[in-house]
Every structure is written in structure tokens, then in C-alpha cells.
Design a protein. Structure first.
Length: 419
């Protein structure tokens, strides 16, 4: 018996490597038939002068968080600042010291993402950085510029009519706080690289409600491995799917959550968790190729997410408009993995995956866990444990993400273990 278990687990480890090498963005799986065309364009709402997103102060946990102290060239933390030599970004560097190229790793990551968005939005125009890390003391005492966590940006053509939309693009690129601060520039900042908010990627809070096939509505914190919960299959149909495990679980962790407020429901999840959206209202459901999976932190007012009528057994997911987005810090994180790769939380359809917006890649990557679960049902002994896992990240998820960092590019995989 022990030998069979060992062989099964060994095959599981080998499968991880094979899956990460051979799987690609064209794989089809997940809720509904994966779209084979470019996702529908979304209507972006420019920020107005003096508006900031989110609508809290910069130094709160709901935004970029508190300052951690000024970094000087003699500071031990100076070596942790990254230099950005992206040719798609113009750096003003008025100091002539290269200071404007220095920034935190998270800031660099978001800035590079924004640079691509700017070129896609305005062909021939580049992103321009007028200020990043500062060592001259020209900002307020606790400015995040002193830590390389803030940038002031414009477009290369300095067309001020573009700045409102540039700010919206910065929000979508993942900056933790964006402020249309001046008629001359947009101010953007990020959480600290050492922040727990950055490290926690994809989970639900403990009070999130799921529908158990046997026990009815129950909290995420009380959910157990092996229970069958409401989800959506690859054809967009409501099904009850078994919980295979928890990819991440920590009842004491304090984490930043995003709440998407809909017309008659709301769902709360962490920023790097995937949720299915549509850019316009439609009677079509998840099986019609019109959805796309995005990080929750990228959802904006006016997007449509999918909800389901739990009381109607013949119902299919239908779009519901996001009226506004709020952020708050809550204690407890739970990331259940179902066989379908989806789960209905508080009546809203969400993915079980995080860290990559390629939901097909994520679902295929966890195929060995589904296979092991299926095999266990035919064996005379308990190969698949239904005991509640200990707090922390699931070992398989850690292996998968660690290998993903080697074979996948940064624009495909966001790893919680490298930030």
C-alpha cells in the first residue's frame, strides 16, 4: 500500500514538470469554452483632476501602506532598489544621477506593465517618468519617493488631455495608489516589497459563503476538503464539485481584500485572485466565449461579473454590473480548489486560481491533483485525505509556482513567493 502511494506521489511530481513545459496559452478549460479570440475591449473611464484610486489616503493599508523610512545611497536598503532600463520608458533624469531609474521591484514591475499599455493605447507614444526615487529632499517628509515606491509620470508627447486616461491605465496596471495630483503629471505609488499585502495573492475571507450540496450555505472558514460545493463546469452549467484541497489557508493572516459591489450581491477576495468579467451587459452566459479572467484588483466600476441564482436549479451564470469597488483589511484567508476550477462565493462565480490571468494554464497545471483525486476513488484504501490541511500554502502549489518562475515569463506568472 505504501509503495503504491509513493509511486502515485512520484508521478505527481514528474507531472508538474511536464505540465509546465508543454502547456500553453491555447489550452481550453475552465468555466465555459475558453475564448480563442481577443477579449472584448473595455470602456475606460479617465480619472478627473484631483481624483485618486482607491478613495483612501496613500499611506493606509487599503492603498500603498505606511512609509518605512527614507533610503539614502549609504543605506543598506539602497541595494534592494532596482534600476529600470526599459527602452519603452523615457526617464527625465533632471538630476543627472540616474535616480529616476531607481525604484522598488514592485514599482518597476507595475511601471513596465503600464509602459506596454501606453503604447497600445497611443501608438507612437511612450510612458515618461519625471520623478521616481528621490535623494534631494524636495518632497514631503514621509513621501514614498524617498523609498523608490512612487513615480510621477506623463506621456512622452506631454499631451495633458491624455493624463486622465493615463491615470486609469496606471490603475489597471496594478499600482496600489494613483492620484491625478497635478495638471503636469500623474502620481503613482505601490506597497512595500516586504509588505504582507503584496505576498498574499489569491484567497477569500473566512466569512465568504459557499453552498454545500449536503449542508446548504456555510462559511468558507467552516468548509472542509471533500465537500461538494456549487460551482460552474466547462459548459457554463451549475454543478456541485468536490473540494480537492486548499491551495492557501491561514486563519490568522491579516490581508488586504477587494470587495466588488454588484447590483444585488457582492464578493470579497484578494487582489491577485481571478474573477470572470465581461466589459458590457449581455444575456449571454459563461459558455459563449465572451468572458475573460482578470485579477480582482483590475476590476473597475462598469465591468460585469457573473452571478448565479442558487435557488433555481436550471439557472446559468448571468452578468451583473459592478457599481463600485472598496478595499479593507480582514483576518483569515482561504483558497479552496474544486475539481472544476471554479467556485460560487456569495452567489458570484469566481475562479479557484490566482497569480496568472491565463486561467487555462492554471487549470491545466493542477490536473495532477484532479487525477490523483479521481484515482483514489477506485482504490481500496484512502489515498486522498479529506483531513483539513494545516495553515499555509499547499506544497503542490509551491512547487508549481516555483517551477513556473523558471519556465514562464513575468507577464504570464505573478509569484507570491518572489515578492
Amino acid at each position: 500500500m505504501a509503495g503504491v502511494c509513493g509511486i502515485a506521489l512520484q508521478c505527481l511530481h514528474i507531472s508538474v514538470v511536464i505540465l509546465l513545459v508543454v502547456c500553453g496559452p491555447t489550452l481550453q478549460c475552465g468555466p465555459g469554452r475558453a475564448p480563442g479570440r481577443r477579449p472584448p475591449s473595455r470602456k475606460r473611464t479617465p480619472l478627473v483632476f484631483q481624483q485618486h484610486v482607491p478613495s483612501v489616503s496613500e499611506n493606509t493599508l487599503g492603498a500603498s501602506g505606511p512609509p518605512e523610512g527614507k533610503i539614502t545611497r549609504n543605506d543598506e536598503r539602497f541595494k534592494d532598489l532596482a534600476e529600470n532600463f526599459n527602452p519603452d520608458i523615457i526617464f527625465k533624469d533632471h538630476e543627472g544621477s540616474g535616480a529616476d531609474r531607481r525604484m522598488s521591484h514592485r514599482c518597476k514591475d507595475k511601471l513596465n506593465t503600464l509602459a506596454i499599455a501606453v503604447m497600445n493605447q497611443w501608438p507612437g507614444v511612450k510612458l515618461r517618468v519625471v520623478e521616481a526615487w528621490d535623494e534631494d529632499g524636495i518632497h514631503e517628509k514621509n513621501s514614498l519617493h524617498y523609498e523608490g515606491r512612487a513615480v510621477d509620470i506623463t506621456t512622452s508627447d506631454r499631451d495633458r488631455s491624455k493624463y486622465g486616461l493615463l491615470a486609469r491605465l496606471a490603475v489597471e496596471a496594478g499600482f496600489d495608489w494613483v492620484y491625478y495630483e497635478s495638471r503636469r503629471h500623474i502620481h503613482c505609488s505601490v506597497a512595500s516589497d516586504s509588505s504582507a499585502v503584496v505576498k498574499i495573492g489569491g484567497c477569500f475571507p473566512g466569512q465568504g459563503l459557499v453552498l454545500s450540496e449536503r449542508e446548504g450555505w456555510k462559511t468558507m472558514a467552516s468548509l472542509g476538503v471533500g465537500e461538494r460545493v456549487l460551482s460552474v463546469d466547462s459548459h457554463g452549467r451549475r454543478v456541485f464539485s468536490p473540494v480537492l484541497s486548499f491551495l492557501h489557508k491561514d486563519s490568522s493572516e491579516q490581508v488586504l481584500f477587494y470587495t466588488l459591489h454588484l447590483e444585488d450581491k457582492k464578493i470579497t477576495l484578494t487582489g491577485k485572485h481571478l474573477i470572470f468579467i465581461h466589459s458590457e451587459n449581455s444575456t449571454r452566459n459563461l459558455a459563449t466565449n465572451n468572458y475573460r479572467a482578470v485579477f480582482a484588483e483590475k476590476v473597475v466600476e462598469g465591468d460585469f461579473v457573473y452571478v448565479i441564482d442558487s435557488e433555481n436549479h436550471n439557472s446559468r451564470p448571468s452578468p451583473s454590473r459592478v457599481t463600485h469597488v472598496s478595499v479593507e483589511t480582514l483576518r483569515g484567508v482561504y483558497a479552496p480548489l474544486t475539481a472544476t476550477g471554479t467556485i460560487v462565493v456569495d452567489g458570484v462565480v469566481a475562479s479557484c486560481y490566482a497569480y496568472t490571468e491565463n486561467v487555462a494554464l492554471a487549470h491545466f497545471g493542477f490536473a495532477p491533483m484532479r487525477l490523483l483525486h479521481d484515482i483514489s476513488s477506485y482504490l481500496p484504501f484512502d489515498l486522498w485525505t479529506q483531513k483539513s490541511p494545516a495553515d499555509g500554502f499547499h506544497w503542490y502549489a509551491r512547487i508549481l509556482y516555483s517551477l513556473g518562475e523558471i519556465v514562464l515569463s513575468d507577464d504570464v506568472l505573478y509569484s507570491p513567493f518572489s515578492h
